[in-house]
Design a protein around this ligand. Structure first.
Ligand code: ATP
Ligand code: MG
Length: 713
């Protein structure tokens, strides 16, 4: 048999060998969806499709790199475009910047730069924002962008004061971004989707360039991504999506689960492939995962089986407090490593929010276990890194006002707030970028001659640095550090903090050197910046070192580990407190727990602590309601062996209100009562009353434990 198809089951082969027309691979975790994508790319190339006609999109750089590597192994030399949506958006936008009013060298603002810009817009426009914070306003703008509502089409709604503020601020914010030739993350998708939607010629060209589009993790696409994909699949409708609606966990970022639920009606000729064999996990893990996810009403049922042998029982552990939880997990991992049974890289610890990692770090450190914590962006968020890159940004795009504001008095060169305000006002009146306004400093009314001179000094410095643009990155950064005096200022400082900063700057230089080695000859400033702008949480994850991995549940998507610990499975943390009163959000939290559980290959432990210090408070916790939904009779329960605790694990009475649970109310029955509602609810967003009804059924039957007879409305 063809080597390419050798390690695939029949359903996977069908998917891999599908060439023309739309396809949807709908399957649960660990069933080989990602494997199908890489093998299909290789297969298409074998079939004679030019690699340049193939586009594969996913959500993280790590996943994209992984796919690229696999494809390269399967068909050496094939150069397919495998990318994240955002990188792909940036690439298309650089090619067609003029259509949306940008220059091709536009800057991509990260969330903090975007927030600063928004704040400045609000201040400069003297908008009355009532009690709404810039964050709230920014989130509303972001949500509009994800739904492809442009600034000129945004309509305020009666009864929503926030929407009236957004209706004023959004256009001003967008105008400011364009004036700086800058985009925020959402714009990368919004501009591209709009371009494809409004420009038939560009759309047709790109549709014909990317004839075979593939998307992994399709359940997490938002509306803008959906429109992009549809637009690229009109003349060549070969869109192949793989995904699992039960793993949709980015609703808060605008992901729309309906994209995958409606794929079949979007593409009536679609070839739907279901993969049912799981190759990742033991039956024990799968049963726990399945019991949990069956409690979601808004879902399509799927079956999943495995041929793997029955493994270790899934553990459910109760600890006295978070330190105990961390210590016991650390000791247990250390023991397993010492016994030679496992190595550190076999283990992963997941948590709902990063703040939960502190005690775990200590636990692992004290047990002498090497670990890596996946935190992502942090390095590029540091002040000193942003300062230095601010100069690079300005060299690359002199219209970037945010970069001017960041660098004009960094390190301090006596250009005060008042000077900056006067120059900003002048820029505003004359419709100039800040740097050009500073160039005309002597004409700025009210600006003292001394201040004007300093501003001019800054402009000359930037001009001098700009000559470096075509050089190598190490040289560019090195010169910036010298010429601006940045390095000297830090080196002369006696504070510990500044010494740390200096160390980080050195790390940046090392990073630049490595970049130069990979991209020799210089002239790659923009690529370098783009890598920094579009980093993801999992980018710095090293999968080739022997360390325990610690990460959030969101970052864990798509990954797998022999042993998984899921900690702090407590009410308010998982599910997160802001989800508790909203059944849709509760379902998303349940999916998040499902994603975590299904990363485990051989062993899984869920745990909670009776007391937890969180956000500066010690609290008696309530175990997560999700724990009630698991098949506890087949799980191994681990309780602290000291009775002094005073909190025996009382399974039937835990949870708020300690309601009695009627075991005869099996989920099968409750599925039956809910099914007629579910069928209507699934695809029909316009009937919220049914959704509410469904939500009430779940809540009612879970809380009271009584059988509910519900007639569908
Ligand atoms: P997720 O939903 O979590 O992203 P997935 O459906 O993408 O999962 P993969 O990651 O592609 O699943 O595959 C899960 C594991 O099973 C991987 O280790 C993969 O190599 C392995 N696998 C997939 N198909 C087969 C097969 N036919 N034979 C052996 N192993 C397989
Ligand atoms: Mg996958």
């Amino acid at each position: 048999m063809d080597r390419l198809l050798e390690h695939l089951n029949q359903a996977q082969r069908d998917a891999v060998q599908h060439v023309e027309g739309p396809m949807l691979v709908l399957a649960g975790p660990g069933s080989g969806k990602t494997r199908v994508v890489t093998h299909r790319i290789a297969h298409l190339i074998r079939e004679g499709v030019p690699a340049s006609h193939i586009l594969a999109l996913t959500f993280t750089n790590k996943a994209a790199e992984e796919m690229k590597k696999r494809v390269e192994e399967l068909t050496p030399g094939g150069r397919t475009w495998v990318s994240t949506f955002h990188r792909f958006g940036a690439r298309l936008l650089r090619e067609h910047a003029e259509y949306v009013g940008l220059t091709p060298n536009f800057t991509i603002y990260d969330s903090s730069d975007a927030k600063q810009t928004l704040k400045r817009v609000i201040e400069a426009g003297k908008f009355r924002t009532m009690h709404y914070s810039p964050e709230r306003i920014g989130a509303a703008i972001s949500s509009a962008k994800n739904k492809l509502v442009t600034a000129d089409r945004y309509e305020p709604r009666t009864g929503s004061p926030l929407s009236h503020i957004v209706a004023e601020v959004y256009p001003a914010y967008q105008k400011r971004l364009l004036a700086s030739s800058a985009v925020d993350f959402d714009d990368l998708l919004l501009h591209v989707a709009n371009l494809l939607y409004t420009n038939a010629e560009v759309r047709a060209t790109l549709d014909s360039r990317y004839r075979y589009v593939m998307v992994d993790e399709y359940q997490d696409t938002n509306h803008a991504q959906y429109v992009m994909l549809r637009a690229l699949s009109v003349d060549y409708p070969n869109l192949a999506a793989t995904g699992d609606p039960d793993q949709s966990i980015y609703g808060w970022r605008g992901a729309d689960i309906n994209n995958i639920l409606q794929f079949e009606s979007d593409f009536p000729t679609v070839n739907v492939v279901r993969l049912e064999q799981n190759y990742r996990s033991t039956p024990n893990v799968l049963r726990v995962a399945d019991q949990l996810i069956r409690c979601n009403l808004r879902r399509k049922k799927k079956s999943l089986f495995t041929e793997q042998a029955e493994g270790a029982a899934v553990r459910l552990a109760q600890y006295t407090n978070q330190d105990d939880e961390a210590k016991q997990i650390g000791l247990s991992i250390a023991q397993q490593i010492a016994s030679g049974k496992r190595t550190a890289s076999d283990f992963a610890i997941f948590y709902r929010v990063n703040a939960l990692s502190r005690s775990l770090e200590r636990g692992l450190r004290e047990a002498g276990v090497p670990y890596q914590m996946i935190r992502g962006q942090e390095f590029y968020q540091r002040k000193e890194i942003k300062d230095v890159l601010g100069y690079c940004q300005l060299i690359n795009n002199p219209r970037d006002d945010q970069a001017v504001l960041r660098t004009i008095n960094t390190p301090t060169r006596g250009i005060g707030r008042k000077t900056v305000d006067l120059i900003s006002e002048y820029a505003y009146i004359h419709g100039l970028p800040l740097l050009d306004a500073a160039r005309e400093a002597v004409q700025v009314q009210g600006l003292a001659a001394r201040s004007a001179k300093k501003a001019l000094g800054y402009v000359q410095l930037v001009d001098k640095l700009s000559k470096l643009a075509a050089g190598e990155m190490e040289e560019i950064l090195g010169t910036i550090l010298e010429e601006t005096g940045y390095r000297k200022t830090l080196a002369e400082s006696e504070s510990e903090e500044d010494l740390n900063r200096l160390a980080n700057i050195e790390e940046l230089l090392t990073d630049a050197r490595q970049f130069d080695e990979k991209n020799p000859g210089g002239g790659h400033l923009e690529t370098y910046l783009e890598n920094a702008w579009l980093v993801n949480e999992t980018d710095d994850w090293q999968d080739d070192t022997d360390k325990v991995t610690m990460m959030t549940l969101h970052a864990a998507k798509g990954l797998e580990f022999p042993v998984v610990y899921l900690v702090a499975v407590e009410q308010g943390l998982l599910p997160h407190e802001r989800s508790i009163n909203d059944e849709d959000q509760m379902e998303e939290e349940r999916r998040l727990a499902f994603v975590g559980i299904t990363r485990a290959e051989q062993e899984l432990q869920l745990s909670y602590a009776v007391h937890r210090d969180f956000r500066g408070q010690r609290r008696r916790t309530v175990p997560s309601p999700f724990l009630l939904e698991l098949p506890r009779e087949e799980m191994e329960l681990i309780e602290p062996n000291n009775d002094s605790l005073g909190y025996p694990m009382d399974w039937d009475n835990f949870g708020e209100g300690g309601s009695e649970r009627d075991e005869s109310n099996s989920f099968d029955e409750y599925d039956q009562t809910a099914t007629p509602v579910e069928a209507t609810v699934e695809l029909d967003e316009s009937r919220p009353s049914l959704r509410v009804a469904a939500a009430q059924i779940t809540t009612a039957s879970k809380l009271s434990g009584k059988k509910e007879q519900v007639a569908p409305t």
